[in-house]
Design a protein around this ligand. Structure first.
Ligand SMILES: NC(=O)c1ccc[n+]([C@@H]2O[C@H](COP(=O)([O-])OP(=O)(O)OC[C@H]3O[C@@H](n4cnc5c(N)ncnc54)[C@H](OP(=O)(O)O)[C@@H]3O)[C@@H](O)[C@H]2O)c1
Length: 217
């Protein structure tokens, strides 16, 4: 079934997710701080009539389900611009990582250990069904897991069971994931965000972003 979807964010993640969603036949609005963001305009032009752009508030209002692809350090600000009323009751796939590049490379996390960005978003917007997912891999792999050989894993966490079930359906049915690991409530985002320290290190060591985690029991 074709849906109206909101992608919040105009970076490489927003455009990669948005492109995949349009290819699947959905109507997608990309949101930004400004109505006519140049990167979003380029994406709309390349993506055809099912793609559109607007402010974060426009995209949040438009989407039945929303994807948070904003800079993690600014995600709560971006969602405030989207507006609590426009977000209310909706499933939000939170893909952002709270990376702080202010001291150079490697980045540190602006929130960690006893809290996470996923939890910050849930506290700020208690009526939003936040599901943390897809943040532990490069965006090309998010929407095309078969880029890597064999089975590998994507994690989900969140407090709303029905929302997680819907997200798992999206991951499997739309993006082609075979192995989805449900880590429980949103506090699991502490782990999946903190794994970024390892992810960044692996990218340097392996010399590529084309890799993912595989959990073996
Ligand atoms: N790159 C990857 O493969 C990858 C993988 C996993 C997770 N992630 C995470 O995915 C998210 C998106 O990454 P990205 O590289 O595509 O984009 P990004 O450059 O991290 O973020 C771009 C978006 O953040 C918004 N933004 C920046 N500063 C803001 C502020 N002060 N207030 C409100 N909004 C602000 C921008 O708004 P405008 O549109 O108005 O400029 C833009 O839409 C990040 O959280 C990243 O950590 C990335």
């Amino acid at each position: 079934m074709n849906m109206k979807l909101g992608v919040l964010g105009t970076g490489i993640v927003g455009t990669t997710i948005g492109t995949k969603l349009v290819q699947l036949g959905h109507e997608v609005m990309m949101g930004s701080r400004t109505q006519n963001n140049a990167k979003a305009a380029t994406w709309v032009q390349a993506s055809g009539p099912r793609a559109s752009q607007g402010t974060f508030a426009d995209a949040a209002r438009f989407g039945e389900t929303l994807f948070n692809c904003t800079n993690g350090a600014a995600s709560v600000d971006a969602l405030n611009l989207a507006g609590a009323a426009n977000l209310s009751g909706k499933v939000l796939l939170d893909i952002a990582n709270p990376l702080d590049f202010s001291k150079g490379m490697p980045p540190t996390l602006s929130v960690c250990n006893t809290d996470s960005l996923g939890e910050q978003i849930r506290r700020a917007f208690p009526n939003v069904k936040v599901v943390k997912t897809l943040n532990t891999m490069s965006c090309k792999i998010m929407v095309n897991p078969s880029l890597l050989p064999g089975e590998h894993d994507v994690f989900v966490s969140g407090n709303d069971r029905a929302a997680k079930a819907k997200v798992i359906e999206i991951l499997k049915g739309w993006f082609g994931w075979k192995s989805v690991i449900d880590l429980g409530d949103i506090t699991a985002a502490r782990g999946t965000e903190q794994v970024l320290a390892l992810w960044v290190r692996l990218m340097g060591t392996l010399g590529t972003a084309n890799f993912n985690f595989k959990i073996v029991k």
